[in-house]
Design a binder for this molecule. Structure first.
Ligand code: NAD
Ligand code: TYD
Length: 350
């Protein structure tokens, strides 16, 4: 496989995947297709943008003609599909963006790949990156396995579930060599500060309230983003066509405990007396349809493909806080309109 299309490569997880592939596989040509929504940021990829095996394409996966022409032109060997609207709260306020990008966009990519691979599906790969949120919500006990029935509750998770079903259907119906992974919550550098961890770091820096939904007792299973990127590398190369792999950190935290730990580390690194920012915690109205608990059983990935997380939570959490504190300019850019200017200057004539 030589020409690989990575969609959503300017986003949080996508940028880590692009970096890993560009650096680890100089003989692959990596095409990063991204619409550059508010969540996409080419600053995330400054260190690889001049590498000869990296190519950026600005475009929208919802645009059927554009996607068909792009596949015709480049004849991609494989696709790693991460582009998505990804924030649950936004999906509650504006669900249609999620329906278009996550469902129609995925269908467009599947059709375009099917068209150019129709003669011979052999040797190709369509890898769809999905979420554990498709499985719904757990009580205090139990874990998600690959055969757990889907039970999505938010427009985000319902749109991802829908796209997963399409990917499976194209494998079963057309023999497309597809693979899916469903991962738990990621944390790490470059996450847009609308998700819990970077939002709270940014708010602590600006001494703004930290809005804890409900009682803060919802539980998430956190995985360091570089470990997810490594899992994607493993599954892309060794995953079996037609299979699904769960990816998770085996690292469950109730939100309020995670938030207190975060405050402790941020205060420590800012040189504040311990507990300074605890007073910013503000309990607010719960998210509608808020899933209580997610927990992933990643045994299949570990036993069949040998992947395991390498970064311990204490280390990953510390590295994450340090990255945001050392990259406050990045935080400013993505939270002001500055990024648009950067993009216009850098890419206006490409
Ligand atoms: P993100 O929101 O940070 O990035 C999404 C990227 O997709 C952005 O660069 C954006 O510009 C691009 N994009 C959005 N709409 C597009 C369109 N119509 N056409 C082309 N590009 C478009 O998301 P993320 O957190 O990096 O998540 C990446 C993938 O991983 C998503 O599919 C998400 O469902 C999945 N996932 C995320 C997590 C997590 O914790 N963040 C966990 C499991 C799975
Ligand atoms: P989030 O980062 O949005 O990820 P997801 O909803 O996909 O799990 O939220 C993580 C948890 O933190 C989730 O239970 C909702 C909660 N949360 C808050 O309490 N306050 C906030 O401001 C945000 C963004 C999230």
């Amino acid at each position: 496989m030589e020409k690989i299309l990575i969609t959503g490569g300017a986003g949080f997880i996508g940028s880590h995947v692009v970096r890993l592939f560009v650096n680890k596989y100089p003989h692959y040509q990596i095409y990063n297709l991204d619409k550059l929504t508010y969540a996409g940021n080419l600053e995330n990829l400054k260190d690889v943008e001049n590498k000869p095996n990296y190519h950026f394409i600005k475009g929208d996966i919802v645009d059927t003609n554009f996607i068909n022409q792009l596949f015709e032109k480049h004849q991609f060997d494989a696709v790693i599909h991460l582009a998505a609207e990804s924030h649950v709260d936004r999906s509650i306020h504006a669900p249609m963006d999620f329906i278009y990008t996550n469902i129609v966009g995925t269908a467009n990519l599947l059709n375009a790949a099917k068209n150019i691979w129709a003669e011979n599906m052999e040797g190709h790969r369509f890898y769809h990156i999905s979420t554990d949120e498709v499985y719904g919500s757990l009580g205090n006990e139990g874990v998600f396995v690959e055969t757990t029935p889907y039970s999505p509750h938010s427009p985000y998770s319902a749109s991802k579930a829908s796209s997963d079903h399409l990917v499976r259907a194209y494998h079963d119906t057309f023999g497309m060599p597809n693979v899916i992974s469903n991962c738990s919550n990621n944390y790490g550098p470059n996450q847009f500060p609308e998700k819990l961890i970077p939002l709270f770091i940014n708010n602590i820096l600006h001494k703004k309230p930290l809005p804890v939904y409900g009682k803060g007792l919802n539980v998430r299973d956190w995985l360091y983003v570089e470990d997810h990127a490594k899992a994607i590398d493993t599954i892309f190369h060794n995953g079996k066509s037609g299979e699904t792999y769960n990816v998770g950190g085996n690292n469950e935290w109730a939100n309020i405990d995670l938030i207190k730990k975060l405050i402790e580390i941020v205060d420590e690194q800012l040189g504040n007396p311990q507990g300074t920012s605890l007073s910013l915690i503000t309990y607010v109205k719960d998210r509608a349809g808020h899933d209580l608990r997610y927990a992933i059983d990643a045994t299949k990935l570990r036993t069949t493909l040998g992947w395991e997380p390498t970064i311990k939570f204490a280390e990953g959490f510390y590295l994450t806080v340090k990255w945001y504190l050392n990259n406050q300019e990045w935080l400013q850019h993505v939270t002001s309109g500055d990024y648009q200017k950067y993009y216009e200057e850098m890419y206006a004539n490409r």
